[in-house]
Design a protein around this ligand. Structure first.
Ligand code: PHE
Length: 381
């Protein structure tokens, strides 16, 4: 092969390689850097419609490198054929091949960098946050009125040094009845007939089981001061004032020397914090197997202030809880010696409080999830 033959072959390789590189750039949507020997260069700045994704450009570039700079490339082939040249010609041809290779390598590097920068620029542009877009609004929830009452009552008793405990809704016969001095044949069970899961397991009929559970946990520590809110169940027909599932808040205070006057003072402070500073409470004698003496506790009617109205059935008082001094049998049963310790307990009806506070006249409203009712509590926050 003649000298010009080599040169021509190398020039051809170079032209072809640069054109292929340009095609890659062009496909990626970049302006063409018209290689000197290109026949019909695309005018600078002109973009080819429909950019290839960046990954395509990378792959094409890899293939290009293999094809034009790899071991099987035309350029490598020329080098391999150099053995057939007269020794004095080899350096010149070798230098020429290296020159072309260096140029191609540099061109390759340039395009690789360009592709990289382009991909970066594209990502930056795509990921720009448009602050003028309207925001996505979230549906605003509200705290359920029953949970609001519980939170408020908890707050009041936390302020008096009580801890909060939560029990389980599935309770044993033992804790729900037996240890609260309600044996199997006791008529008080009928009043609290409930849903049995087995002979021994049931849905708790009151939160009073938490008296037992808390004392067992704390024993022999004193004082025991706890508030235990939660759902309870009874086999009642649902109507405006009854629900088969409802909420209670149990309170328990056990220590040496706790007296009935402590109970009354505590409930008075509670009623004032909840309904206003002018409130008073009234204790009426009652019966619970686990307290002795026992009382039903009323507050002055919130609607009429005590003068008598429809809400308080003209009595001027409204019952909000049951309470009493913890029965000695209950104390001894869980290991608090009743000769040394005494205590009081009470159980607040949460629905009753919420109905009074928010003027709701049907207990079922709490469980029907009517958004018109619930939304009012979103505003009242
Ligand atoms: N557990 C009783 C009820 O459900 C209320 C109560 C609690 C009474 C604590 C006295 C002491 O009616």
């Amino acid at each position: 092969m003649t000298d010009t033959g080599w040169q021509q072959q190398l020039r051809q390789i170079r032209t072809e390689a640069l054109a292929a590189l340009d095609a890659i750039r062009q496909r990626a949507g970049m302006a063409v850097t018209s290689a000197p020997e290109r026949e019909t260069p695309t005018p600078p700045g002109q973009q080819v419609p429909g950019h290839a994704p960046a990954a395509d450009g990378d792959r094409a570039l890899d293939e290009w490198r293999v094809a034009y700079l790899g071991k099987k490339s035309a350029l490598s082939q020329v080098l391999r054929q150099m053995g057939g040249l007269p020794p004095e010609e080899r350096p010149r041809v070798g230098a020429l091949v290296n020159e072309v290779r260096a140029e191609l390598e540099q061109a390759y590097e340039t395009v690789r960098r360009e592709l990289h920068e382009q991909a970066l620029a594209r990502r930056l542009a795509e990921e720009t946050i448009d602050v003028t877009l309207p925001g996505r609004s979230h549906a605003r929830g509200a705290i359920h009125p029953l949970l609001r009452v519980i939170a408020e009552v908890e707050e009041i008793f936390l302020g008096m040094g009580y801890e909060i405990a939560e029990g389980n809704e599935v309770e044993t016969d033992e804790y729900n009845f037996e240890m609260l001095n309600i044996p199997k044949d006791h008529p008080a069970r009928d009043m609290q007939d409930t849903f049995y899961l087995s002979e021994e397991l049931l849905l708790r009929t009151h939160t009073s089981a938490m008296q037992i559970r808390t004392m067992e946990r704390m024993r022999p520590h004193a004082p025991v001061k706890v508030i235990a809110p939660g759902r309870v169940y009874r086999r009642d027909e649902d109507d405006a004032t009854h629900s088969h599932a409802f909420m209670q808040i149990e309170g328990l205070y056990v220590d040496e020397g706790v007296r009935m006057s402590d109970l009354k003072g505590t409930l008075e402070a509670f009623a004032r914090a909840l309904f206003g500073p002018d409130q008073t409470v009234r204790l009426r004698p009652s019966f619970f197997p686990f307290t002795e003496p026992s009382a039903e506790v009323d507050v002055r009617c919130i609607h009429c202030g005590g003068s008598g109205c429809r809400v308080c059935k003209e009595t001027g008082w409204i019952e909000i809880l049951g309470a009493g001094m913890v029965h000695p049998k209950v104390l001894d049963g869980v290991g608090y010696d009743s000769r040394r310790f005494s205590g009081f307990a009470f159980g607040v009806g949460v629905e009753r409080i919420a109905m009074l506070k928010y003027g709701i006249d049907d207990i079922r409203a709490f469980y029907q999830n009517d958004l018109r009712l619930l939304r009012q509590f979103a505003r009242a926050l």
